[in-house]
Design a protein around this ligand. Structure first.
Ligand code: ZN
Length: 249
């Protein structure tokens, strides 16, 4: 029978693990799963990257959303699941956290930024599309509210955008390459709260398994990858991970 004790054993036996997280770990922090009914994309239309770049009107719409916090992506607190992952990283057992989330909650739970591989970017800050310089949302918002001018780069005046990977934008090459390298180097690949339907990200657990790693999946709903896994728990992530890591911390 799949159990939290079995998950604890897999974690105890691992020497180098990778944790892969999706929306399900953050719904327990109150962040909506954007693909679910009632999620962000059922309430408002996504703005494609090409339209953001081409149209001042679309940019204004995107910034109004970001400054209004209407997507509900950021500004929440990490939960027991994030904290359990942070303990695994701090113990040296978990080499990398690959995430589909843009909510910054792994960083907020204390995982060093260089251990986090963000496949879809990060919604908690912005970058210049020309020179890459980082801009903080609070500063951009203050300026926008004072002047009404669209955010522009303080260094090169280029277009500034939240640091997420938008619809119509290519998957980021460097995080994808790092995610693949970590996947091939691990002996346990643990999926937390991803339905594993979005490719190419969903290919990583299968790649890990084919490379000889153990594969464990904790997700409330069944996934297409479940048949490949050594352990599948249809369970709440916070409670399951708290129990499974208490023996290891
Ligand atoms: Zn710039």
């Amino acid at each position: 029978m799949p159990s939290r004790a079995h998950l604890a054993r897999l974690i105890a036996d691992a020497r180098r693990m990778v944790v892969f997280t999706g929306a399900g770990i953050s719904t327990e922090s109150g962040i909506p799963d954007f693909r679910s009914p009632g999620g962000v994309w059922s309430r408002m239309k996504p703005i494609y990257f090409q339209d953001f770049v081409a149209s001042e009107e679309r940019r204004r719409e995107a910034w109004e959303r970001a400054f209004g916090g209407r997507a509900g992506w950021v500004g929440r607190e990490p939960n027991a699941g994030h904290h359990a992952v942070a303990r695994l990283v701090a113990s040296g057992k978990c080499a990398a956290v690959i995430t589909q989330n843009v909510d910054n909650l792994h960083q907020a739970s204390g995982v060093p930024a260089d251990r986090i591989i963000e496949l879809h970017g990060n919604a908690s800050y912005a970058t210049c599309l020309e020179c890459g310089e980082r801009h903080e949302l609070d500063e951009l918002k203050t300026l926008y509210e004072a002047t009404g001018d669209l955010p522009a780069c303080r260094s090169c005046s280029g277009i500034v955008k939240t640091a997420t990977i938008s619809f119509g934008q290519a998957m980021p090459a460097e995080p994808m390459a790092r995610a693949e390298a970590e996947t091939l180097a691990c002996d346990l690949f643990l999926v937390l709260g991803s339905s594993l339907v979005v490719y190419p990200a969903a290919g990583f657990p299968v790649l890990a398994k084919k490379n000889g790693a153990m594969l464990a999946i904790v997700n409330r709903e069944p996934t297409d990858i479940d048949p490949y896994a050594d352990l599948v728990l249809h369970d709440e992530i916070g409670p399951a991970m708290s129990e499974a890591t208490s023996a290891n911390s």
